[in-house]
Write a protein that binds this ligand. Structure first.
Ligand SMILES: Cc1cc2nc3c(=O)[nH]c(=O)nc-3n(C[C@H](O)[C@H](O)[C@H](O)COP(=O)(O)O)c2cc1C
Length: 253
């Protein structure tokens, strides 16, 4: 891996971020570079399914790159090779945004499926202080999440960013979260409080082990105070892409 990448990983904190490697090579593929990145950034989610192409095949790689992006859930597989240009054009005159918080990846997967089906932008909500697995242990009365659950005032978790660039350009906003004790995981609360939803259609979605959407959407709508909120949906943890895309297509947006 080029030295400059070591400096880059040294200079930035990738905690909680997803790193998707891609490279061109002269015959050795990724070699050991993905595991090197994982070692350099132990708190990041370093994807194993990166894209590697021989330098001799770069010219013809576009279809493979698009197929790879579709597999990752970042573009709609049926949209073909013109997707990136279209996506860029749409982003300037507004469309859909998928905002989500995900502590352990389930809601993130659903968010990516929705973004793929809607050709939407994705925005991940990241608490400044990321929840470790110990923090998330709701069976431990002393864990962080249990303490926050028991003390409502501790649920206002600061976010790395609570506003999105070009917010005014979006007319549909999906908001995703895991269910925690029957309601929306509270890190989404900071985003709701920080934004004006006037004129936007807002669609809550969540993942859970067994609980339904319950009142989670209504409580967020109440907190927002603006926007036209649709009923929303709950997916089970690990819902399939087909299930999610079928729901999105049925919304008629
Ligand atoms: C603190 C905490 C509380 C939870 N409470 C519930 C609950 O009340 N009902 C339920 O069905 N699942 C509950 N779960 C399970 C999560 O909702 C479920 O695993 C979800 O898919 C996690 O999404 P994520 O991977 O995007 O964080 C809880 C999980 C955590 C960590």
């Amino acid at each position: 891996m080029p030295m400059i990448l070591y400096s880059f990983f040294d200079a930035y904190d990738f905690s909680g971020k997803t790193i998707i490697p891609f490279n061109t090579h002269g015959g050795s593929g990724f070699s050991g570079t993905i595991s090197t990145i994982a070692e350099l950034e132990p708190d990041a989610d370093v994807r194993e399914d990166g894209f590697t192409v021989s330098r001799n095949n770069v010219q013809d790689a576009e279809p493979d790159i698009l197929a790879w992006l579709a597999d990752l859930g970042y573009i709609n597989p049926s949209s073909g090779a013109s997707v990136p240009a279209e996506k860029e054009a749409e982003n300037t005159d507004g469309k859909s945004l998928v905002v989500y918080y995900s502590a352990s990846g389930n809601t993130e997967e659903v968010a990516a499926y929705i973004a793929g089906a809607m050709n939407a932008d994705l925005f991940e909500l990241e608490p400044v202080e990321i929840y470790s697995s110990a923090d998330l242990d709701w069976t431990d009365r002393d864990s962080r999440v249990s303490r926050e659950h028991d003390n409502v005032e501790e649920r206002a978790v600061p976010l790395v960013a609570d506003t999105v660039e070009n917010w005014e350009s979006y007319d549909t906003v999906f908001i995703g979260y895991p269910i925690w004790w029957g309601i929306a995981a509270w890190p989404v609360g900071g985003f709701i409080a920080a934004n004006d939803f006037t004129g936007k259609t807002v669609i809550p979605f969540c993942t859970s082990s067994s609980s339904g959407l319950g009142e989670s959407g209504e409580l967020l709508e109440e907190a927002a105070g603006t926007g036209e909120w649709l009923e929303g949906i709950r997916f089970r943890s690990g819902a399939s892409e087909d299930t999610v895309v079928e729901w999105v297509n049925g919304l008629g947006l």
